[in-house]
Structures are given as C-alpha cells and as structure tokens.
Design a binder for this molecule. Structure first.
Ligand SMILES: [Zn+2]
Length: 378
C-alpha cells in the first residue's frame, strides 16, 4: 500500500468536517442524455458522503458486480481506506461529452470529468483528483450503468497469463517473463512456508503512476507525481495495481494473502515489509535507510515509533520497526514465531512478553538491533 502522508491526514481531518456539494459546470447543459448521466453520477457520488459506500449493483453492470465486490477502480486511489470521492469540499463536473459506444454502436457513452478540490480562506486551491466516468445510455436516452474506464480503453492494454497471475499492462510495455517467473517462485515458497493455497488474481501494472491513474480512469490524483515504485492491493477483489516495478511486485501480492487473516494485527504490514520490501527497496536496504535516518535525526525516539511522523516520505518508520520485530522473531523461530507475533493486539504486551522490556527501553532495543542487522549485512 501507499505511504501515508501527513498531508493526507490533515486533509482528511478537514474533509471529514465538511462534506461538499457536487456542482456541474460544463458547456452542453441542454442535452437530455447528458443531464440524465450527470444526475446519475451526482447521486452515485453523494452516496459516499455519509461515510458508507453505495450498493454498487445499482450503478454498475451485473457482470462487473459479479466479478468484483467493488467494480469502481477509482474509489481507493489516494488512500486505501478513504474514498477518493470524499476528498475536497468542491466537487465539480466540468466536462461532459457524448460519444457513440465504440464497442456497441446502438448505445451512447457520456464521458464526465470531475474535479475534487478545496478552496481555502485565502482562495488557494488544492486539487485532490480529476476523475473520468463513462455512463452508458440506451437508445431511449435512459441511463444504464457506469462502464469501467479500463473497458472503454481496452485497445490500449494487453493481457498475459502466467500460472495464477493475470497481468494487464499498456501495450508499449514488453512483458518480462523472467521477472514474472521469479515472482511466482517467491510466491510458491511463501505459500509453502505459510501454508496458503495459491490465489488467482489480477495484476494491473504500468511504468509510472500517471499511466496507472489513466488505467483506472484518473487524470490526476494526489501523490501521482511520486516517482518511487508504488502499489495497492485489494484482497476482496483479488486485484493489485502497481507502477514502477514491473511484473515482480511481491509486497502487494503478500497483502492479498495476509490481509484476509491478519489485517488487524499491528505487525501485519511490517511483516510484508520484511518479506517483500517497500517502494522498490528490499528489507536489508530499508534497515540501512533507517540507520541513515537515525544518524541524520538522532533525536528520533523509537519508543514512540507508533506515533512518529517521518521526515522522509520514502521511509515508513512504523512499518520498518514492526518489520524488524518480525525479522528478529523469524530468524529465531521461523514462521510459527511470527504467527504468534501476529496475535498481539498492542505493542506493550508484545515487547513485554517477547523481549521482556518496557516502553522506555524500546528505543535502545530497536536502535541496537537496527545497527546489528546493518553491520551483519556489510
Ligand atoms: Zn503495503
């Protein structure tokens, strides 16, 4: 999953307080079909505003709802647990275009673009997302359903199946079978060790975040300009989306396996860091990054690791610390030890029982171990 930015937290705080209206401001206001599509879209967006999600079958085609619990690829694009549509107090449908459906000439597709933003008291504008939605209209002018952006633009993408992975990617990418085979070897090893059955899943990937946005139907989303490899996993849908790391993004795949069992464990994401690395770094490199960080910011108190805001957005302190705990236990006791670690509900108990230390000593313990593993590597 993506790193959590302080910025996002701040924005959520404000966005939660005021749920904005949805305006429409586009040229062709008198077309009945466009009007119907806009009303449909507004109603859909408004269903996210009370903190719930809509009944997707009211808005999406039956075949999409049968395949996916949530057929809308845009909903969790900025944050994996807060809908894109709830960002910003100003939501404006600013573009409405009518096209013949390329794949079905008897129907019309209304293409809408919506801007999600905020204007503060100094008239500064913050933009969170610019989305594309495609609404299918029958020959009587009635709204039928949303069509997935990926479906609309399917001529731009291609698919490769390798064992239990169905890859989808832009046609300009040349598929790397060795990288994919290597991922499968890692997955099989993990399944065997952790006693999981293989999962069939879809793996959407691109070179950049911009391309990934386009694939999902986003012209822009907050964080798109990050150039580090990044991804998101959706275990219910059995989908991963990632950019910048080609066919081999083990981290997101591990979320598909581990989240259904351990999502509520405070060390689940750390375990995934330990096994799969993050943002293009393996765990040894993350330990090195952590040590470099501690040299640069010696005032960092790791006894407070649960609440520290990182000064380096490519280093998630919480996940690297909890990854280190998994590494220590794994090297002593293997998978069974880590499974025990996953059962703890809080770190006070975990440190007290596993390492016999109280909170004030976590800092020394963690720093000593980060150093130890760093020197081991060299
Ligand atoms: Zn993750």
């Amino acid at each position: 999953m993506k790193p959590n930015f302080i910025l996002i937290l701040t924005i959520l705080f404000f966005s939660n307080k005021i749920q904005g209206q949805i305006h429409s401001n586009f040229v062709n206001k008198n077309d009945k079909e466009i009007q119907n599509a806009v009303e449909f879209h507004k109603k859909y967006l408004s269903e996210f505003q009370n903190g719930s999600t809509p009944n997707y079958s009211k808005y999406w085609h039956k075949k999409d709802c049968e395949k996916y619990k949530n057929p809308d690829a845009i909903v969790y694009s900025i944050s994996s647990d807060y809908p894109t549509y709830n960002f910003g107090n100003q939501k404006t449908i600013f573009y409405a275009r009518k096209n013949k459906d390329k794949n079905d000439k008897t129907h019309t597709i209304i293409h809408l673009k919506t801007l999600f933003g905020d204007i503060d008291s100094l008239q500064k504008i913050t933009i969170f997302a610019i989305t594309n939605h495609y609404i299918k209209i029958d020959n009587l002018g009635n709204v039928l359903n949303f069509v997935r952006p990926f479906e609309i633009h399917k001529d731009l993408y291609t698919t490769t199946q390798n064992k239990n992975i169905t890859y989808h990617y832009p046609k300009h990418i040349i598929f790397n079978p060795e990288k994919s085979d290597n991922l499968i070897v890692q997955i099989r090893k993990f399944e065997k060790e952790w006693e999981f059955n293989p999962i069939n899943f879809e793996y959407f990937f691109t070179n950049t975040q911009d391309e990934l946005g386009e694939m999902k139907g986003l012209d822009y989303f907050l964080g798109m300009e990050q150039s580090t490899p990044s991804g998101m996993a959706f275990p219910d849908e059995k989908i991963i989306y990632c950019s910048g790391n080609g066919e081999g993004y083990l981290h997101e795949v591990l979320h598909l396996y581990l989240n259904p069992l351990y999502e509520n464990s405070p060390v689940n994401h750390g375990l995934i860091y330990y096994l799969g690395g993050s943002l293009g770094y393996n765990f040894d490199e993350l330990i090195q990054k952590m040590n470099d960080y501690l040299v640069k910011y010696p005032e960092t108190n790791l006894s407070e690791f649960e609440n520290i805001f990182t000064k380096d957005i490519t280093l998630n302190i919480y996940n690297v610390v909890t990854g280190l705990l998994c590494k220590i236990i794994y090297e002593k006791e293997g998978v069974n030890g880590v499974k025990r670690l996953l059962k703890y509900k809080n770190f006070t108990d975990l440190f007290k029982i596993e390492f016999k230390i109280n909170k004030k000593d976590w800092d020394f313990f963690l720093k000593t171990n980060f150093k130890k593993y760093s020197s081991n590597k060299k």
